[in-house]
Write a protein that binds this ligand. Structure first.
Ligand SMILES: Nc1nc2c(ncn2[C@@H]2O[C@H](COP(=O)(O)OP(=O)(O)OP(=O)(O)O)[C@@H](O)[C@H]2O)c(=O)[nH]1
Length: 266
């Protein structure tokens, strides 16, 4: 596959043969179209991505307002799929609200983009997420439910983000997130994150516990008085099989780049 972004950190030795280079992550641009939506028009770009040398593929996409190509400090949301809230309208989380906020933000602050990744359930997949929800009905929180299933708290991987930004020749980004680890992982991949735009959905009765867990156990920045520390109790896997240690650059403030807070429509 001719990928627009690929690195080759791994070499596999074959019996008696010279080492052969194996592409590790590779993201291939497929096509772009113009998409009219209820919130305005977007450029929609489709990609094919592997992070395991071609054993498995996902299809990241991005929606774009304006032309961020070649620019710095572009507002970017990196968003992971949430079928339950985005398609079914579930109120158990804040995912759909964050997506809507980000879409509104890039309409009003063009150019900007949202990279949408097929990493349902923080990477564990839809069926496992449903199993985790079943355990949450019995009283476990969102972290302990994953653990009770023998699954990592978070196993998302973001190499496609690095590759898509490279494809668009975007030099640096302001990340729309409340998640310190997402910023940390992107920076470790080499993405130049120059600022953060908070993306806070006001809680309601069905997601208040979930948001509290994100704040206390996953160190998400969800209130004005938030400090930028990670407590280390939460485990983010890096796909080389090793948990990432809790450390994060000092990127907690919004860097003067605006703030996103919305009230859910319920
Ligand atoms: N395993 C699991 N995944 C969930 C649950 N609720 C939402 N998700 C998934 O969580 C992902 C979004 O992650 P969040 O932790 O909400 O937010 P984030 O993307 O890490 O951080 P932000 O950038 O601030 O939104 C999506 O893939 C959802 O499908 C849950 O209870 N259990």
């Amino acid at each position: 596959m001719q990928g627009l972004g690929s690195n080759r950190p791994k070499q596999r030795l074959q019996d008696g043969a010279a080492p052969q280079e194996q592409p590790f992550d590779c993201t291939e641009f497929v096509a772009e179209t113009l998409l009219p939506t209820l919130t305005g028009k977007y450029r929609l770009r489709g990609y094919r991505h592997t992070f395991d040398g071609g054993r498995t593929y996902t299809e990241p996409s991005c929606i774009i307002t304006g032309y961020p190509e070649g620019l710095e400090n572009v507002p970017v949301r990196v968003h992971d799929a949430c079928f339950t809230s985005e398609v079914l309208g579930s109120l158990k989380c804040d995912c759909a609200g964050q997506l809507q906020m980000a879409m509104g933000y890039i309409q009003q602050n063009s150019p900007g983009l949202i990279i949408y990744l097929q990493q349902e359930g923080r990477g564990i997949g839809l069926a496992n997420k449903i199993a985790a929800y079943a355990l949450q009905e019995e009283g476990l929180d969102t972290v302990d439910a994953n653990r009770a299933l023998g699954l990592p708290d978070d196993c998302r991987e973001y190499s496609s983000v690095k590759n898509i930004l490279k494809d668009l020749r975007i030099k640096s980004i302001r990340l729309m997130t409340n998640n310190p680890r997402k910023m940390q992982v992107l920076e470790e991949l080499g993405v130049d994150v120059t600022g953060r735009i908070p993306c806070i959905v006001e809680s309601q009765e069905f997601n208040v516990g979930y948001l509290a867990t994100k704040q206390t156990r996953m160190s998400h920045w969800l209130s004005e008085s938030e400090t930028d520390s990670l407590d280390g109790s939460y485990c983010f896997w890096n796909h080389d099989g090793e948990p990432l240690l809790p450390s994060v650059a000092d990127k907690g403030s919004n860097g003067g780049n605006g703030r996103l807070i919305s009230r859910p429509q319920i």
